[in-house]
Design a binder for this molecule. Structure first.
Ligand SMILES: NC(=O)c1ccc[n+]([C@@H]2O[C@H](COP(=O)([O-])OP(=O)(O)OC[C@H]3O[C@@H](n4cnc5c(N)ncnc54)[C@H](OP(=O)(O)O)[C@@H]3O)[C@@H](O)[C@H]2O)c1
Length: 302
């Protein structure tokens, strides 16, 4: 089968499309014929070798050569021992490993809701798990206000819609080009950059804050909420040194996917795909993701 692999850590160009042995579903896993793979910032962080060093807060070393990608949508074609509730031929989306490939093994999955394309579905798994986890950890309730720094990307798009469904007001920051996009997802919007904290203050009082961009704003978020413990970052490993929380441990993916499928079916959640790529264009997908201004998701079509 065709698979994207890399044999050294480095820039996007280390990614190569190779012929590889097909993987098989071990106990508790399924294999899918991949139709699309989601591109997450963690993919290029792994490609750069960011999690190799033991001194890092997040230490998840891998051995090279390695495949890449953790999210996929596709059609089930192998069901591992002990797996129930899913059959060969089912259309699923989920999380696994080496998903930029024609076949991939998934460890967590759910049936795709009606009406969702494979292209869109591949964009959900990691971002909805993250979004549901951090909204829960923030403790915000209906009627309260959540500030989201970096609200127009994959995780932000999910957070805004989950919060809206729960009656939580959101103030989101994004670039000038994404202000209408944030408003279309029900948020109050303002731009990041010079004077941003004052612009947020004018939009209203804030009960908790999420840092999704890792742009060095923990101190300001703590000031706006009145308490650093009300600030959660998923992108700034130094957040705990400033009294805020860092959320980095993946939660229950099947439950998150089931909840996302319900929201999607009710028309409450839709994350747009900004651009799709082929397997051979994986390096371009990484370079574009790494530029840091994705609206919604980037996806590799297989
Ligand atoms: N810890 C965890 O469990 C976990 C899980 C998932 C993701 N992450 C991390 O969380 C981050 C976000 O993930 P994602 O998938 O949402 O990324 P993404 O889709 O690439 O979105 C990045 C967003 O950041 C915005 N942005 C860029 N510069 C900014 C700035 N200075 N201030 C505020 N916003 C800015 C961009 O908005 P504009 O285009 O409008 O500029 C863009 O929409 C990544 O670093 C990822 O590695 C961590």
């Amino acid at each position: 089968m065709k698979k994207v692999s890399f044999a050294e850590f480095g820039g996007p160009d280390v990614l190569q499309l190779i012929d590889a042995e097909e993987p098989h579903a071990g106990p508790g896993h399924i294999r899918v014929a991949v139709r699309a793979a989601g591109v997450n910032p963690v993919d290029w962080r792994i490609r750069e070798g960011q999690f190799q060093e033991e001194s890092r807060t997040v230490h998840r070393p891998i051995t090279l050569p390695a495949g890449i990608g953790q999210d996929a949508s596709g059609v089930v074609d192998e069901v591992g021992e002990g797996v129930e509730g899913v059959e060969v031929g089912d259309r699923v989306f989920g999380r696994g490993s080496s998903t930029y490939a024609e076949f991939a093994v998934l460890a967590a999955w759910a049936r795709m809701p009606e009406g969702l394309t494979f292209e869109e579905a591949a964009g959900y798994p990691s971002v909805v798990e993250t979004a549901l986890r951090i909204v829960r950890e923030s403790g915000v309730q209906a009627g309260q206000t959540l500030l989201v720094s970096g609200a127009s990307g994959g995780v932000g798009s999910a957070v805004l819609q989950i919060a809206r469904d729960r009656g939580i007001t959101v103030i989101g920051t994004a670039g000038a080009a994404n202000q209408d996009y944030l408003r279309s997802l029900g948020a109050l919007a303002t731009t990041y950059g010079e004077g941003w904290a004052e612009r947020v203050r004018r939009l209203g009082r804030v009960d908790a804050a999420l840092d999704l961009a890792g742009s060095g704003v923990i101190r300001e978020l703590a000031e706006l909420t009145g308490d650093a413990r009300k600030v959660i970052s998923i992108a700034d490993l130094e957040a705990p040194e400033l009294g805020a929380r860092y959320s980095g441990v993946t939660g229950n993916v099947p439950d998150a996917l089931a909840e996302a499928a319900d929201l999607i079916s009710r028309g409450k959640l839709r994350i747009p795909v900004e651009k799709s790529y082929t397997l051979a264009e994986a390096a371009a997908a990484h370079a574009d993701s790494q530029a840091g201004h994705t609206r919604g998701r980037r996806v590799i079509l297989v």
